[in-house]
Design a protein around this ligand. Sequence first.
Ligand code: F6P
Length: 323
Amino acid sequence: MSVKRIGVLTSGGDAPGMNPCVRAIVRTALYNGIECYGIRRGWNGLINGDIIKLDEKSVGHIINRGGTILYTARSKEFMTPEGQQKAVNTCKFLGLDSVIAIGGDGTFRGAMALSKYGINVIGIPGTIDNDISCTNYCIGFDTAANTAIECIDKLRDTMQSHERCSVVEVMGRNAGYLAMYVGLAVGATAVLVPEDTVDFERDVIEKIRSARLNGFTHYMIVVAEGVGSASDIALKIHDAIGLDPRVTVLGHIQRGGAPSGRDRVNATKMGYLAVELLMAGKTNRIVCTHEGAFTDVDIEEGLKMKKGIQKMEEDVLAAMTGL
Ligand code: F6P
């Protein structure tokens, strides 16, 4: 299979590190004599032929920029056979033989659909939720976690001064990876994740009580958004033990900011590998990390995989909370 012209797009929620990844794809492609086009606004861009030519210069000085220069979207139209056919027509018209899509599960489902029409596709995991099962690491996770940690450290100062309880809601959609990691890093009193059944008395009230009995007078409760609203949890704490918790929803701030060094380097390696895979004749693959190595899996197989919160994290958390 000879690769002549690659399209690259970002889709779904943006993640810090998408820009370094686009940069790496473009530079690896050009280095190997392959043309590269940016498809803007996710899969919608492929449907509408919304493309820009990318050269070495157009991806200069974006390695340190959050967001995505290609814009992003969640395309409902691309989920329909008609939308997919339009996207295929665009590929044929423009002579795009391959598409590299950076995003999450939804993005990969789109890529898989496109591959059925004979377009070569490679997916690269980019989501702060880190919830792609076939990979240990998704671009954006490290930066988002660091942002949340910095915010919560600041919150702790004022919570400590006022001897208050804080309930902080962390993103992650239906997954608790971000909340679990952040909770461990900030030394939370309690961490609630959707992967576990929450027993409010045991997992929240008992943790706060234990912290108080150990001499602490401020409490940091980290809640993954998939568990429910931080306001509801604050209210329940108030009703149960009379505290007056302050609620902070970190929200989209977690998706912004300059990518961390780890995100820049991982994104660069993943972008490089995506082009290498295409050049090696591979298609319908997701670039991933597994036991410290960069590798790839079939998209369909990758989407079927399941990962959960690791037992060790649960055990460490049990020992570290309630204080
Ligand atoms: O998937 C990334 C993510 O930031 C989730 O953590 C969050 O639930 C969702 O996207 C928010 O989506 P939107 O930007 O459309 O509000």
